[in-house]
Design a protein around this ligand. Structure first.
Ligand SMILES: Cc1cc2nc3c(=O)[nH]c(=O)nc-3n(C[C@H](O)[C@H](O)[C@H](O)COP(=O)(O)O)c2cc1C
Length: 559
């Protein structure tokens, strides 16, 4: 298959539209070459070709049929058009049409048409000319970005023109608004997602037509209109009120503010203060019900303050550095209300999702992440601490009530956990717990010594927690990491330290439980254990919830 890619952007290689066109061709290539056919791609950058405007002399029809009198690069273009099986027209929208230099190329195709009036109708009731060559097998796709928030309603002239010269329904289109965002690194997670859909479209088109599902995805806005328009306005670097040029860090802060997802508003106005320590500048972003607003005069009372070198924050936003990792290394500090950092992705990461209700993260900003709740983890990825706790709790409760019957119940619980938790992935601590509880229950049933075995259970449980502190993943982190970016969380020093401390605390608590249970039973205070052994884990649970919030905030403040 021969593909001719015509890049009609005056920006040449820096064209946004070209990025889409190249992704599309990647998709075609993947599909065709997967079927063991060769794909060759000829790329023509119109901006670097010498294609003069048509003189309107009709020499190519009268004097030298099929040959233009202007000797420039257009002869090569026509030759390549005649050889291609697929032509990809890549161009930006200029004044609701193609850029002038591409229009020149289109006009200069006149030698490819016959001069005679044709009855062929493009559906508009206008006249037309037949092609000099049989190009009926050539497929055409138009790929273009434009600057407004949506492509809708902007491409009428383009469609009309191509309907006339290629034929209505004889070409496919991918038109995308917010085109300039494809050049913004900070937004790569959203634009890459779009490019992946374009690639998919290419693969489908290579062997048929683009599916309705992919077409619907291609029509989705990159960001909601208000978010995009705020970002676009800020990107010019010129004050809307004074018309004066604005400093880079202020432009950056305005763009960050534009990404604020007002759907995350929880009834509380927040003021995020960005203090760029290397530049000595401070800006405040009011995050409210109706959106965000940037203040340069310090008039607001900050609720969260980020003290950071400008370059660090910019690198985080570009995805070159992880926000949480940088915070852990104290490359920046945070004071005030830390809950904003804990929910950074909710406040700044989901604007793209809101445009179309999709699930993926727009990313681009610095999520802090730290030790968090077990339930959160279970929702985020299919692992659950319940798979580990159910065997232990059923063992301790049931065997304490009746050793023989209780141990059978505990064994049944072990057998049922893989079934009850079948929608969850069992991790090493789940499997070890199942094995340990099954063995302890069997021994309890055999010996009838429930007291000793529940006590050994406390010790084993404590050893699991303590043992995990010597691995790369403390026990609780193995479950909650999925709420903090999965494996990425393991590179977050705050997350890891908090979880190591908590795992050690739980480990020590259960080893001590085994010790005091042993001595209290010996001393005849067995009933006191019912109170002590149930209250202490509750207190520890409350401590865990508090510590997992307090510790990251305390460390983030640079103390
Ligand atoms: C001269 C000029 C005219 C433009 N006219 C329009 C327009 O009519 N509608 C629109 O949505 N965007 C318009 N734009 C914005 C471009 O279409 C947009 O920036 C596009 O993403 C650039 O694509 P490229 O990087 O492939 O050249 C115009 C840009 C320029 C420079």
């Amino acid at each position: 298959m021969k593909i001719l890619l015509i890049n009609g952007s005056p920006k040449g290689k820096r064209s946004n539209s070209l990025r889409l066109a190249e992704s599309f061709i990647d998709g075609v290539r993947a599909k065709i070459e997967g079927n063991a056919e060769q794909v060759t791609v000829e790329k023509l950058d119109v901006a670097s070709l010498n294609i003069r405007a048509c003189l309107g002399c009709f020499s190519c029809w009268k004097k030298t049929p099929g040959v233009c009198c202007i000797k420039d690069d257009m002869q090569t273009v026509i030759q390549k058009m005649l050889e291609a099986n697929m032509v990809v027209w890549s161009f930006p929208l200029y004044y609701f049409n193609v850029p002038g230099m591409l229009k020149n190329l289109i006009d200069r195709q006149l030698p490819m048409s016959l001069p005679f009036m044709s009855k062929t109708d493009s559906g508009y009731g206008s006249g037309g000319h037949d092609s000099r060559y049989d190009l009926s097998g050539v497929r055409h796709i138009l790929i273009s970005t434009c600057g407004f928030y949506s492509a809708e309603g902007n491409y009428d002239s383009v469609r009309n023109m191509f309907d006339h010269f290629i034929g209505k329904g004889r070409y496919e289109t991918i038109f995308c608004g917010q085109g300039e965002l494809f050049g913004v690194k900070e937004l790569a997670s959203r634009t890459d997602e779009y490019l992946a859909t374009v690639r998919k479209a290419g693969s489908e088109y290579a062997v048929g037509t683009i599916s309705d599902e992919v077409k619907a995805d291609l029509k989705k806005l990159l960001y909601p209109r208000d978010v995009f328009e705020k970002m676009a306005d800020a990107s010019w670097g010129v004050s809307k009120t004074t018309g004066e040029k604005e400093p880079e860090d202020l432009i950056f802060t305005r763009q960050m503010a534009a990404l604020y997802n007002k759907a995350a508003y929880d009834g509380k106005d927040r003021v995020l203060e960005m203090n760029y320590t290397d530049l000595g500048t401070t800006y405040q972003i009011l995050l409210g019900k109706d959106g965000s607003k940037v203040f340069t005069d310090g008039s607001q009372t900050a609720t969260t303050r980020i003290n950071t070198p400008y370059e660090v924050w910019a690198a985080i936003s570009r995805g070159e550095m992880e926000g949480a990792e940088a915070l852990g290394k104290q490359l920046y500090t945070v004071t005030g209300d830390f809950s904003l950092m804990m929910s950074w992705d909710t406040f700044f990461g989901n604007a793209a999702n809101d445009a179309n209700g999709s699930n993926s993260s727009a990313g681009g900003a610095a999520g802090a992440g730290c030790a968090g709740s077990v339930e959160g983890a279970a929702r985020a990825e299919k692992v659950s601490m319940n798979a580990m706790l159910i065997p232990w709790i059923s063992f301790w409760v049931a065997v304490a009530i009746d050793t023989r019957i209780g141990s059978v119940i505990a064994m049944a619980a072990c057998a049922l956990v893989p079934l009850i938790m079948r929608n969850y992935r069992l991790i090493i601590w789940d499997k070890l717990s199942l094995a340990a509880v099954a063995v302890l229950s069997a021994v309890a049933n055999f010996t009838g010594n429930g007291d000793l075995l529940t006590n050994i259970g406390y010790l084993v449980f404590g050893i699991f927690w303590l043992g995990s502190c010597f691995t790369r993943e403390p026990l609780c982190a193995a479950y909650v990491k999925y709420s903090y970016g999965g494996e990425k969380a393991l590179r977050n020093p705050l997350f890891m330290k908090a979880n190591y401390i908590l795992a050690a605390c739980w480990g020590i608590l259960y080893v001590l439980t085994a010790v005091w249970t042993f001595f209290l039973r010996k001393a005849g205070f067995g009933t006191a254990l019912i109170v002590v052994n149930n209250i202490v884990p509750l207190v520890m649970g409350a401590f865990t919830v508090w510590f997992s919030k307090w510790y990251p905030a305390w460390k983030a403040s640079g103390k």
